[in-house]
Design a protein around this ligand. Structure first.
Ligand SMILES: [Zn+2]
Length: 229
């Protein structure tokens, strides 16, 4: 928030109601959040650093994913998970701005020409009234001055909830889930897919693979506010 907004509306924690500092979240809650550090730069799973350099995990070395890099703000726990649940299931759409402000510094946006939110199936979007990934992407796009493409990919299969599926089942569940409007990507060679949370990375992987097959995009990144441990 800018100085005028701060003066007009002093930051107040949306979860506790306590006075806050830079964001509408108590500094104590922010301090308790953990960021993925010792992780593989491609998939963001744990991977040891060697001499200060992040190194690829075994899985990415043997079968590289369709995306070239994963960037996330925090681990999905504590206040972060409360904010994401609020945004996703309780119509707290204002949390999208807070989540974007809290995480924007975690993203290295060098070279990224467009942000592409992971689409929701139209039926789910209608039930919820919005796509939380799109709200986040728009806030990040505003802060980073990067255009957001919302009409380039459609979700054409209403996939059952992924919650209780393992990685292989998630991939099967997502088969032919997306349709790409190739012309929307004609002028881009480096994009970032944006989602609220990355769990196994299956959704990003399937979407990235689909874009890789159908467009000339060279570099696809996976961005999310948080990642499950
Ligand atoms: Zn990896």
């Amino acid at each position: 928030m800018n100085l005028f907004e701060k003066w007009l509306l002093p930051p107040t924690c949306v979860l506790t109601g306590d006075p806050a500092e830079n964001f509408d979240l108590s500094p104590l809650l922010i301090e308790a959040l953990k960021r993925p550090n010792e992780v593989c730069p491609v998939c963001c799973e744990l991977s040891l650093k060697v001499g200060g350099e992040k190194i690829l995990c075994g899985a990415c070395m043997t079968t590289p994913p369709a995306f070239c890099r994963t960037q996330v703000g925090f681990y999905f726990e504590g206040a972060l998970s409360q904010l994401v649940y609020g945004l996703k299931y309780h119509q707290k759409t204002a949390y999208a701005r807070l989540l974007a402000e809290m995480t924007v510094e975690s993203f290295d946006a060098e070279g990224v020409q467009a942000l592409v939110p992971v689409p929701l199936h139209p039926l789910r979007r209608r039930d919820r009234g919005y796509n939380q990934a799109e709200l986040i992407a728009k806030e990040l796009g505003r802060l980073l001055d990067i255009p957001v493409l919302t009409k380039g990919v459609l979700r054409i299969k209403d996939t059952p909830s992924q919650t209780y599926l393992n990685a292989k089942q998630r991939h099967q569940n997502l088969g032919r889930a997306f349709e790409v409007r190739c012309e929307a990507f004609d002028s881009f060679s480096h994009i970032a897919l944006v989602d609220d949370v990355i769990t196994t990375g299956a959704t990003m992987q399937v979407l990235a693979r689909c874009l890789q097959r159908k467009t000339n995009i060279k570099l696809i990144e996976a961005w999310a506010i948080a990642k499950t441990k």
